[in-house]
Design a protein around this ligand. Structure first.
Ligand code: ARG
Length: 489
């Protein structure tokens, strides 16, 4: 390809320099936006009588044909070209003759590339938000199906308090909702037109930047032409918003990995999104979740990279800025793929409700509720807290004898200390089992406080604990409804 900027220099660049300088492998991705921008530009030039209507028509038809030919595969983008802007302009001039050279009137590649990237990113923002929206709908769906799925909530990765899986997964729904809002907000700053700023100082032609922006469905024009060609804040912002999404996904990924381990066994991922080991036949690895977690690194790296390339950069355009696209495109692709794989993973996972329930019973996660019980009987919370802690410690130190269990399903209500956890005939343990707050005999409770009575078992039942957390945002069913309708908005 010839060099359209030949003039001041001989343009006899070395092969190495050409390769080093070229960005087409990256910016060819914006071919559509480049042509779309050029079509609006000719329409504006003709509207302002800078070029004639018939010239505009020739250029516009030529551009439409180029677009069609690229899309159909008839026209291959030449990767030896310097960039997509040069490629399109040169093909146009080759095809329609000298009139093609009028396209670049009252613009420069500096405002052209700034426009192209804005048009491209606004499209990507919409696509990503569409995918996040799908993910949120899926989360709502999972929440609806798991309103009664009791599980342990964690702090410090230690069992903390009873929640439901609905409550848990909706927490991610909230994060993704904020991610969407951030992108919507960013859209406003992206969708402003820099075109017409030309190299940096504006133009002497009687052009109409507002008219051109409207043709491109943009919400306004950059007010300062120097800023118009220098500004890449919106890319930093996008990279940062994408980093937050990746960070959120990495937390969910980490939990998927933990929850699928044999030690937890809370969920099972479908074979479609897991892999086996080449040596250990028993393995089912959560590779997709691990990759999402791992790819967070490159998304954060891209953000740091873009910030660094802009740091201390003098106004206005500098070639350094060419580097921005590879980075932001990589973040976009990575986050989009991560979101999609997550949608597949979550929509096909199996939730082991019984296992979660069973595991929730074994961690004293109702110890706060036990203290609350004493508070309802008149004790001060600090004292109640201490007693509850002592009871937990007692349970941990003392194993429970097998005799206290029922061995007949039909008599379990009266005699089984496992209460609602009674497993009928299976309930007779061969070895002494752990003591829990649910199976601790009332006589023992009474040794700690006279305030204990048999209603304690109902009070500390995990279902009761969940239902009683009625403060806004808590785990009660009404709150789950409230959270779901908040997300639906
Ligand atoms: N390929 C360039 C980029 O992406 C286009 C703008 C070139 N402008 C210039 N004055 N050399 O930044």
């Amino acid at each position: 390809m010839s060099k359209l900027w030949k003039g001041r220099t001989s343009a006899k660049t070395s092969v190495l320099a050409d390769e080093f300088n070229s960005s087409i492998k990256i910016d060819k991705r914006m071919y559509k936006e480049d042509i779309e921008g050029s079509m609006a530009h000719v329409a504006m030039l003709s509207h302002c009588n800078v070029i004639t209507k018939s010239e505009a028509k020739k250029i516009s038809d030529g551009l439409s044909k180029i677009l069609k030919d690229i899309e159909s595969g008839k026209l291959k983008i030449d990767e030896k070209a310097e960039d997509i802007h040069m490629f399109v302009e040169e093909v146009l001039t080759k095809r329609i003759g000298v009139v093609g050279k009028k396209l670049h009137t009252a613009r420069s590649r500096n405002d052209q590339v700034a426009l192209d990237i804005r048009l491209n990113l606004r499209k990507e923002i919409t696509l990503i938000n569409f995918t996040i929206d799908k993910l949120i709908s899926l989360i709502i769906d999972i929440a609806n199906k798991n309103r009664d799925t009791i599980m342990s909530g964690f702090t410090h990765l230690q069992k903390a308090q009873p929640i439901t899986f609905a409550h848990y997964i909706l927490a991610y729904g909230m994060m993704f909702k904020r991610d969407m809002e951030r992108l919507y907000d960013l859209y406003k700053r992206v969708n402003i037109s820099p075109i017409g700023a030309c190299a940096l100082a504006g133009t002497t032609y009687k052009t109409d930047r507002v008219y051109e922006a409207k043709l491109l469905d943009m919400d306004g024009v950059c007010e300062n032409s120097i800023d118009a060609v220098s500004d890449r804040d919106f890319i930093v912002e996008f990279a940062s918003d994408l980093s937050i999404i990746a960070m959120h996904l990495s937390r969910l990924a980490e939990e998927m990995i933990i929850f699928t381990s044999a030690e937890f066994d809370y969920i099972e991922l479908s074979d479609a999104v897991t892999t086996g080991s080449s040596i250990m036949p028993q393995k089912k690895n959560s590779d997709m979740a691990e990759l999402v977690r791992g790819k967070t690194g490159r998304v954060f790296g891209n953000l740091m990279n873009i910030l660094t390339l802009l740091k201390g950069l003098p106004l206005a355009y500098n070639k350094d800025m060419q580097e921005d696209k590879e980075l932001i495109f990589d973040s976009i692709d990575t986050v989009k793929n991560s979101l999609s794989i997550f949608i597949e993973m979550l929509s096909t996972m199996k939730i082991n409700k019984e296992r979660m329930r069973e595991d929730a019973s074994a961690g004293f996660i109702n110890a706060t509720d036990l203290a609350d019980y004493l508070v309802t009987k008149g004790m001060a919370f600090r004292d109640a807290y201490k007693i509850s802690g002592e009871i937990v410690s007692y349970c941990l130190k003392n194993k429970r004898d097998g005799d206290n269990y029922c061995n007949k399903r039909d008599t379990h209500v009266e005699s089984c200390n496992r209460q609602s956890q009674c497993r009928g005939e299976l309930c007779e343990p061969a070895v002494p089992t752990l003591l829990t707050l649910e199976n601790l005999p009332l006589e023992v409770y009474k040794k700690f406080s006279k305030l204990f009575d048999k209603d304690v078992y109902k009070f500390i039942d995990l279902e009761t604990c969940v239902k009683r957390r009625t403060s806004i945002g808590g785990s009660s069913p009404k709150n789950i409804d409230r959270q779901i309708s908040f997300l639906k908005k």
